[in-house]
Design a protein around this ligand. Structure first.
Ligand code: BES
Ligand code: ZN
Length: 947
């Protein structure tokens, strides 16, 4: 793809990546956005006026419920040479109330020849367009009567989109340099309307019969299997696909490409195919097997067969998100699907398996049972995220996915601890707000509260409940309370009679509390934002409990009025059986059977809350970790590290206490505890890197290296071990090399030179390549060599490691070049630009570049990646979250403060950014002297011990 650079005072210049002067990059922004963005309100401020000046007869963003679609007949003809498409949509309507107006969606397309096919004959309809709400009004001169059969037919034409949504263009280069063009769809959440006129809301489910016109050199795939191909005059072919079952518009998909595919059949008889560009088809075997295995797993687990005869998985060369669950045709980023057994890493394997598990989970959660509206997005995204772990735990025990789940809860808590957070179920109206729902709250918090509920109800009861939910609401739309009802009184439900034997046996055996009000408990987690901090104080046998909202703010009044029903779990020094207690009130007291040395709440962090051990609590835990850390599980240790450092941020615990606790990490080996140790300690020096305080920064870096030196030294430079061990190895060696730990740098340098001398043919152990590339990319020659290999590699996971290594270098001109390359999208795809910008922003030599780039190109970025998308939010928060000075806060405020509603001023990520920087400033003001003193004391002590 080529970006057009608008040079002030001169005509538009098309500059390809190779000839573009690098210096222009920051001086010349991309052309400003011309696309009008939507305002905030659900209702137009003034009476809406259609494009032709006539009043538009509907003034809301949501469509009226007077008419709904039953069936769509779609014929789509993309032209991959002229990069546009035409189509015909014939929609069968269900008229619920007499009306002469049909309101539906269409966005940025020309509409023509609109007809009403009524029982009394065919008549033209008058069309009004209201682009502001992406709506069309079709006006009939006679009334459409309730209960009678009508159809509308519309012809339409538009350009293939240059973004990553709607019906969009994608392209790739073959190894011989030829550029091939294809077209693919991404409709979630509100982009089906940009591909064909439709009732584009999730509750308007209908059947779709799709036909695609293509050239013989291409193939077309869609949600359903192809039933026949018809030759058209002029040599074009028309593929006819079978009619879908009832589904929402956002799940419709079709692709026209030159892809190849591989296929297998599941035990349940579903044909699975994986599609990719021809030169990467040999990297599809892993995904094919995983999809077969996981679809069979879900078929069994949900006790509902997969609804379609086939499922295709397609790796799309240009893709904004990670993957999309279109019914019968899920789509993926190439890195999310393609696996090379010799070159892909353990974490690639884990990632690919999880993405497939996620999209296949949606075939039930989301596709079969769909949220009524986007406010309850979590009902599918929280579930799919959660099911990634449930399905892998059972189908791929060797991946030990359990080692990673609590990372999701930490991620969720990070955004949920700010006052800009929002409840899991949140009212949303316009497309930007809908996009913003695809965040860590819907996904990660959603998954964590489901996990907490499963732990509380027991896995068996939970499974029965969710199966009842899926069966009860198949082909329908739901709100959160439908789920809670299905999880209440599971053993007394009539549905159970038809359920499986194992569930009936479970209910016969177990005396489940029948009066349990699941809804009352769960409403406290989905209808209010944030999460509780439970303070625990042990006095003899008495355990005093209290709850309050954990919030990173100066203003204590903001924490008032929150109350959760918290399923507490705990164990003590005298009993490692898990004890349970549902804390419903602000304070309560528990009595232990005997006095104990320590208590640990939130066992294995199966709950979504933080715990503060008041009084002597933290000290007894620190003693335990120092002397016998394996008395607690790795997850418990990770949880304690997280909690203690997070409590420093809100002034509940002194920094010294948290640092004293961190000392035990020199004996830690479990992945989650180690990475959480890094996760809390590394940001401290990352903040300093963006300020002028090299001495303390280096002291802190030295402390962390010292802490993990033993573990780093014990790492083999091979690919041996379990997935967790391998993921940990990559992580540790990368850290050690980036931190200039001499043994690591020496070894990586040797290996890089050997690899370079072999012209890249030497096969390095996969786990260590990241560390080796990062060291190689430190010199201009090494960087250039890596870049040459990047250009020509067809292995997506290798390319992705090379790309990261290239952005970690301290060579400023190379960093600029990277951002430049990704902007032009030739050698490095524009889909990777956000990742490159974020990676450069974490680099002490690149953070200014990243911030300047973000500001200078804001309008183009939001046009390309869409306002409110997680791509944009991620870039905004990640580029700025390591700033900790008032000057930087002012600069950030001044830029985002200058935006208008149309250019994103209302985005939640801006508030998150302000709050995060304010929190960093507070942290530094309070804790820098303490950190300095503690590190001094420690180095003094260590020097003393060495004597
Ligand atoms: N439904 C989403 C894809 C999506 C994301 C559509 C944002 C519209 C806006 C899909 O199921 C999904 O959640 N994809 C994830 C990957 C997954 C493994 C968590 C993604 O794209 O990040
Ligand atoms: Zn999803």
């Amino acid at each position: 793809m080529i970006f057009v650079l608008q040079v002030r005072g001169s005509p538009a210049l098309i500059v390809t990546m190779l000839v573009a002067p690098v210096l222009l990059l920051l001086l010349v922004p991309f052309p400003p956005s011309s696309g009008a963005q939507l305002p905030n309100q659900g209702q137009a401020k003034d009476l809406p006026i259609a494009t032709n000046g006539q009043p538009f007869p509907w003034d809301r963003m949501r469509l009226p419920k007077t008419i709904s679609p039953l069936h769509y007949d779609l014929t789509i003809h993309p032209n991959l040479t002229t990069l546009d498409f035409t189509g015909v949509a014939r929609i069968e309507l269900d008229v619920h109330e007499d009306t002469s107006i049909i309101i539906l969606h269409a966005k940025q397309m020309q509409i023509s020849n609109v007809l009403l096919l009524a029982p009394e004959g065919i008549r033209p309809l008058h069309v009004l367009e209201y682009p502001h709400f992406h709506q069309l009004a079709l006006l009939s001169d006679s009334v459409l009567t309730k209960g009678r059969k009508y159809e509308v037919q519309l012809e339409f034409a538009a350009n293939l989109s240059d973004s990553y949504h709607g019906f969009y263009k994608s392209s790739y280069r073959t190894s011989s340099g030829e550029v091939r063009v294809m077209a693919s769809t991404q409709f979630e959440a509100t982009f089906a309307r940009a591909a064909f006129p439709c009732f584009d809301e999730p509750a308007f489910k209908a059947n779709f019969t799709i036909r695609i016109i293509r050239e013989p050199r291409h193939i077309a795939i869609s949600n359903m299997p192809k039933v026949k191909t018809v030759e058209l005059p002029g040599g074009l072919l028309e593929d006819h696909f079978d009619t879908t079952i009832k589904m929402s518009t956002y799940l419709v998909a079709y692709i026209v490409s030159d892809f190849l595919s591989v296929s297998k059949t599941t035990q349940h008889g579903v044909k699975i195919s994986v599609y990719a560009v021809p030169e990467k088809i040999n990297q599809t075997a892993y995904a094919l097997d995983a999809a077969v295995k996981l679809l069979d797993f879900y078929d069994n687990y949900y006790d509902i067969p997969y609804q379609l005869p086939k499922h295709d998985l397609a790796a799309i060369p240009d893709f904004q998100a990670g993957a999309m669950e279109n019914w019968g045709l899920s789509t993926y980023r190439e890195t999310g699907l393609l696996f090379d057994p010799d070159r892909s890493s353990a974490s690639d394997k884990l990632g690919i398996t999880k993405v497939i598990a996620h999209e296949l989970a949606h075939q039930w959660f989301g596709n079969l049972v769909t949220m009524e509206w986007w406010n309850d997005l979590w009902l599918k995204e929280g579930f799919a995220k959660f099911m990634e772990y449930i399905s892998l735990d059972i189908s791929y025990p060797e991946l030990h996915v359990d080692d990673f789940f609590l990372g999701k809860c930490f991620d969720a808590m990070e955004v949920d601890s700010l006052s800009s957070s929002h409840p899991v179920s949140t009212p949303v109206e316009n497309p930007m707000q809908i996009q913003e729902m695809f965040d860590d709250v819907s996904y990660d918090k959603g998954a964590c509260i489901l996990n907490m509920l499963r732990d509380f109800l027991t896995p068996e009861a939970f499974e029965i409940g969710i199966i009842q939910y899926l069966k009860r609401y198949s082909y329908q739309n739901t709100v959160s309370s439908h789920l809670w009802e299905s999880l209440t009184n599971i053993c007394s439900s009539d549905d159970l009679d038809e359920g499986r034997l194992k569930h009936r046996e479970f209910c016969a055996k177990r005396n489940l509390p029948s009066g349990l009000d699941v809804r009352a408990i769960m409403d406290t987690w989905t209808l209010q934002e944030g999460f509780p901090l439970v303070t625990v104080e042990v006095r003899g046998r008495e355990v005093r409990l209290s709850q309050e909202r954990y919030l990173k703010t100066d203003d204590p009044s903001l924490t008032e009025g929150f109350l959760w029903q918290i399923p507490l779990t705990y164990m003590t020094s005298t009993s490692n059986t898990i004890q349970r207690f549902l804390l419903k009130t602000k304070t309560d007291i528990l009595y232990l059977p005997e006095e104990v040395d320590w208590v640990k709440f939130n066992v294995d962090m199966s709950g979504y809350y933080m715990v503060h051990y008041a009084g002597e609590g933290w000290n007894s835990i620190i003693r335990l970790l120092q002397h016998n850390h394996t008395a607690l599980s790795g997850n418990d240790r990770a949880n304690l590290i997280h909690n203690v450092f997070q409590l420093v941020s809100i002034g509940k615990v002194r920094l010294d206490t948290a640092l004293e606790l961190s000392l035990y990490l020199s004996r830690e080996t479990e992945i989650m505890a180690v990475t959480q140790g890094f996760g809390e300690l590394v940001p401290l020096y990352k903040l300093m890197e963006k300020r002028d305080m090299a001495a303390l920064e280096n002291q802190m870096k030295g402390y962390i290296v010292d802490l993990f030196r033993g573990l780093i030294d014990r790492q083999e430079w091979t690919d041996s071990g379990s997935v967790s061990e391998r993921v940990l190895r990559s992580y540790l060696l990368l850290f050690a090399c980036v931190r200039n730990y001499a043994p690591c740098v020496t070894k990586a340098t040797q290996l890089f030179n050997k690899w370079k001398d072999s012209d890249g043919t030497l096969s390095l152990p996969v786990d260590i390549t990241m560390a080796v590339f990062v060291i190689g990319a430190r010199t201009p020659e090494g960087w250039d060599f890596l870049f040459e290999k990047y250009r020509h590699s067809m292995q997506m996971s290798v390319k992705s490691r090379m790309k990261t290594a290239m952005t970690v270098t301290s060579l400023q001109d190379k960093l600029t070049w990277c951002v430049h390359l990704a902007s032009y999208g030739e050698v490095m795809k524009t889909q990777d630009l956000p990742g490159v910008v974020v990676s450069v922003s974490k680099n002490p030599h690149g953070y200014k570049l990243a911030w300047d780039f973000l500001r200078a190109n804001w309008h183009t970025l939001i046009k390309k990646f869409d306002l409110g998308s997680s791509t944009i939010s991620h870039m905004v928060t990640q580029v700025t979250n390591q700033y900790s000075t008032r000057e930087m806060l002012d600069e950030v405020r001044s830029f985002f403060g200058s935006l208008t509603e149309e250019t994103g001023s209302e985005m939640r990520c801006i508030q998150q950014t302000y709050e995060t920087i304010e929190d960093n400033i507070r942290w530094m003001d309070t804790n820098l002297p303490l950190l300095q003193a503690w590190l001094n004391k420690r180095s003094h002590k260590v020097a003393h011990e060495d004597l």
